[in-house]
Design a protein around this ligand. Sequence first.
Ligand code: ZN
Length: 126
Amino acid sequence: MSLVTCKLCRKLYNGDGKICPECRQHLKELYPSVRDYLRDNPNLEFNVETVAEALDVDIRYVQELVSQGYLDRDLPDGMSPEVLSDRQKLAKAFEESLDKMKADAAVARKPVSYGQEVYGDKSKRR
Ligand SMILES: [Zn+2]
C-alpha cells in the first residue's frame, strides 16, 4: 500500500493501482449506462466525446472504460472502435515497454560487486 495519485480524478489515495476506489465505483456504475447508450444508438459513430457528452460524464471515465476493454465486447456489429482502442492499447504497450526498458537499464547500471568481478557472473545467470 502506498499513496498514489488517481489517474482519473487526481486525488491522492492510499492503495494499489492507478484508479481510486471512488472512481472505480464510478466506472462500474457508468459502464451499464454507456453500454445501453451504445446499444440504443447503434448507428452512432462511436467516439468517447459523443458518449461523454450524451451521458454528461467526464470524458476521462469513458476513455478509461474503453482502454480497460469494457466496451469492446459489447459493441454491436459494424461499429469500429478499433482506431481508438488500438491507439490506447498501443500507448499502454509503449508505456509498459518503457517501464521495462527503465528497469533493464537500472539493472545494467548496477555496479559490479567485488565478488562478481572475481568469480565472474555465473552465479547471476538464470
Ligand atoms: Zn479517482
